[in-house]
Design a protein around this ligand. Sequence first.
Ligand code: APR
Length: 312
Amino acid sequence: MTNGSKKVAVIGAGNVGATCAFVLAERKVGQVVLLDIYEGFAKGKALDMSQGGGVLNYDGRITGTKDYADIANSDVVVVTSGFPRQPGMTREDLIGKNADIVSQVGEGIKQHAPNSVVVMVTNPLDLMTYHMQRVTGFEHSRVVGQAGILDSARMTHFIAQSVGCSNEDVQAMVLGGHGDTMVPLPRYTTVNGIPVSQLLSDEEIEAICQRTASGGGEIVKLLEKGSAFYAPGSAAAIMAEAILEDRKRVLPCSTYLSGEYGMDDIYIGVPVVLGKDGVERVIELELAEKELESLQGSGSFYKEQLSEILGY
Ligand code: APR
């Protein structure tokens, strides 16, 4: 049975947005609205997904629209609208074009879903999350970015492959910005409680950390057109579900820091408790000097970009 009292809007009906909406529909979290500038694109995908309910046994309303009035009363808005990377591009190369889209979408959310929690997916993630908070003026806790779940899932997959175990038994932790400066944390990574260092060599772990950091780029190169969407869309859906169902999940998310980890006025990936009010608590891990340096280095990189490119 779908939770009829909850409503989630997904902005952008492209690869990431449609995947996210599909996962949300399958998990029966509530009413799903898919919004895109191309109305037929959103409506067509919503109809296709609605018909899929007959195959996969979910009900509920999945609708497509280009009209922001239709996102009214959404509890959560997931924002995926924007350009994806192409081969040879960094996520930061998307700043200018995607900042304009985020400004436009943010105005629509502010006007029509003023009480929602916003989950950002558009890249460059940490910068676009900061920008969205500024555009909407929402409390910082109600604007949060998806990246850590995806980056940790990538690390999880590589560890499971190397150990020869199930993904389900790996808990990996990746902090920092969603880009080349991300900070995989093997010290906080376990296989059902067993420190990963007892199962893999230092060299194997280092290779996994590197492959995780360039995990998105590896897919962009293979696809030759566009970027990853199954894992990113699913990760955004899991965040939306945690908020809609007040699950209080502990997940690494791009969140606003005001002093935690020695950083201020920045969005960056750290573990948080995610519930109905968005980010309900930031968890401060005890980090070794080198780990903290890497995290703060990632923060400084984005801080520079915020001021130099976005003028904050
Ligand atoms: N309002 C609503 N939708 C928009 C707007 C806008 N102003 N501008 C663009 N879109 C829509 C496009 O019409 C398109 O359907 O956003 C969608 C983007 O879909 P894709 O091109 O398939 O891109 P996708 O792979 O989904 O990536 C979207 O997520 O992971 C990030 O880096 C990725 O920034 C990119 C975003």
